[in-house]
Design a protein around this ligand. Structure first.
Ligand SMILES: [Zn+2]
Length: 134
């Protein structure tokens, strides 16, 4: 498992970082204009509405872009690993930055189909992605 610095949970980000306990990926969505708001904020950046609530999204998508990290930034960090931007199915306007796990980092490619899974660290459930057959 990747060594991680964990986020400090607050009113705005708690749903995103804890929804994995129920197996769902949750993003905040504006109920006025339907835009997704990520990273989570209390105000929609498109229409400035404060009617922004967590909403479950498809946990599937594809690798939009990625890089392979070889730098051991922390003594406990295991390298190499993949940092990817994921285009989630049905979610416009958000590229979710995450990791692609469970495969040779050198084998990852743009367009690979992926599905979310969660790494639990204390009360935080970090969404990561694993490749699936396309
Ligand atoms: Zn809005």
């Amino acid at each position: 498992m990747v060594h991680r610095a964990l986020p400090r949970l607050d009113r705005d980000n708690r749903a995103f970082w804890t929804s994995g306990e129920s197996g769902e990926l949750v993003l905040h969505r504006c109920q006025s204009c339907a835009s997704y708001v990520h990273p989570p904020r209390p105000v929609c950046r498109t229409c400035l509405s404060e009617n922004v609530v967590p909403e479950a999204v498809a946990g599937t998508g594809e690798v939009y872009s990625f890089t392979v990290n070889y730098q051991k930034w922390h003594p406990k960090m295991e390298v190499p690993f993949v940092i990817a931007r994921i285009q989630l199915d049905g979610v416009d306007g958000v590229l979710l930055t995450s990791n692609v796990v469970g495969c040779d980092p050198e084998s990852v490619d743009i367009g690979d189909r992926v599905a979310v899974e969660f790494e639990q660290h204390e009360d935080v459930f970090v969404p990561v992605f694993r490749r699936v057959a396309s």
